[in-house]
Ligand binder design. Structure first.
Ligand code: ATP
Ligand code: LTN
Length: 336
């Protein structure tokens, strides 16, 4: 059922996050912060994408803990199960079911162009599995099941969102109006947070160098230490430019956290050294993340309540997912 605001039906939002490690400042600024900002205005559905996580090898006990921890972190951010639908992807079987159907409406050639597949298959060359290749069809199913108007993601997911749109348009063209074609919602600042050790690469929780990323749950000391060690350059000026990727990344982060514009930041640190600037960025980030960490510690301690919430969320999600999945199955010609 759609939530309404007065008489006006709220627009719908859907997004997911993988439980593939400690969530980073990149995940927070590129995606999660927007999830929270959208909660009041939109009818939001957010999930832990655990089916996606097994496209790279996971240790079962660790994966289980990370699924719980990611769900707890969603709550700690301020996402409210009374306002939004919060659930775990594998607990709603329609995701895998629709993904199979959609994969039969996706061409090998278009999947082959996905840069994430190229990057991840280079990184995991001993396990280039079919799931890793077909990942965007599952992501398309996640999205299309809930008929969202907007999908908030970081810039790295733009290509996957476009393929989801193409699949929806193609399916609708053959069978009529089955899916809503959604728009990406990519934030202006923080959409692409880069590694603190190699600012030409995106900050990634699966990066082995722990100094390259800041986790949402890192302690204040760790956060400040990582920013102090961030790779910069020898120019010595706090300027946003292509020649200063490291400093530009830090400016982007500081802007996303404080809400100040790039010009304001350049002015604030005019004539000051990198040491002062790095400390200011570290402190601003630590202050923003501290209350989330505090709430997280309380939530993760109550496993019973956590379980109640994700089970309830899955029931709520499946009601919607089942309808769309059945419609697609019927259109294709299955006997229901
Ligand atoms: P991995 O690093 O393990 O490949 P990931 O963090 O890229 O995973 P997800 O956890 O699924 O993948 O990403 C969740 C959301 O966080 C997505 O919307 C993605 O766009 C966003 N995101 C991830 N990394 C960054 C980043 N460095 N900057 C901005 N947004 C990001
Ligand atoms: N592939 C995404 C995570 C994801 C997702 C989704 C994002 C899985 N399903 C549906 C938005 C909508 C990523 O961010 N790496």
């Amino acid at each position: 059922m759609c939530q309404t605001q007065g008489n006006v039906e709220k627009k719908k939002v859907l997004s997911c996050i993988q439980p593939s490690g400690m969530l980073t400042l990149g995940n927070y600024l590129g995606a999660l912060k927007n999830w929270l900002n959208m909660q009041e205005e939109f009818d939001c559905t957010y999930a832990v994408a655990d089916l996606h996580a097994i496209t790279v090898r996971q240790e079962p006990a660790k994966l289980r803990a990370q699924i719980n921890s990611t769900f707890a972190l969603m709550l700690a951010l301020g996402l409210d199960p009374e306002k939004s639908t919060l659930f775990i992807q594998s607990q709603v079987p329609e995701h895998a079911q629709l993904a199979w159907i959609l994969s039969c409406y996706t061409q090998f050639g278009e999947m082959s162009r996905m840069t994430q597949f190229k990057d991840k298959s280079a990184k995991h060359s001993d396990n280039i599995n079919v799931g890793l290749f077909a990942y965007p069809a599952l992501m398309a199913a996640d999205i299309l099941l809930y008929k969202p108007d907007f999908v908030p993601v970081g810039a790295d997911q733009k290509q996957h969102l476009e393929i989801a749109r193409d699949i929806a348009i193609r399916f609708n063209h053959i069978y009529g109006d089955v899916f809503t074609v959604p728009d990406a919602y990519i934030p202006k600042t923080g959409a692409r947070v880069m590694s603190l050790q190699d600012p030409s690469k995106k900050m990634s929780k699966s990066d082995e160098n722990v100094n390259s990323w800041v986790a949402i749950l890192d302690s204040k000391d760790d956060i400040i230490r990582k920013f102090k060690r961030a790779v910069t350059d020898s120019l010595g000026t706090v300027r946003y430019s292509e020649e200063q990727l490291g400093i530009s990344n830090l400016i982007g982060i500081y802007s996303a956290v404080t809400g100040n514009s790039i010009e304001e930041i350049e002015k604030e640190f005019d004539g000051k050294g990198y040491g002062d600037f790095k400390l200011a960025v570290g402190e601003a980030v630590a202050d923003e993340l501290a209350p989330i960490k505090q709430r997280y510690d309380e939530i993760i301690a109550d496993k019973g309540e956590l379980e109640r919430l994700y089970r309830e969320g899955a029931v709520k999600a499946e009601k919607i997912a089942r309808k769309t999945c059945f419609k697609a199955m019927k259109k294709v010609g299955f006997v229901l």
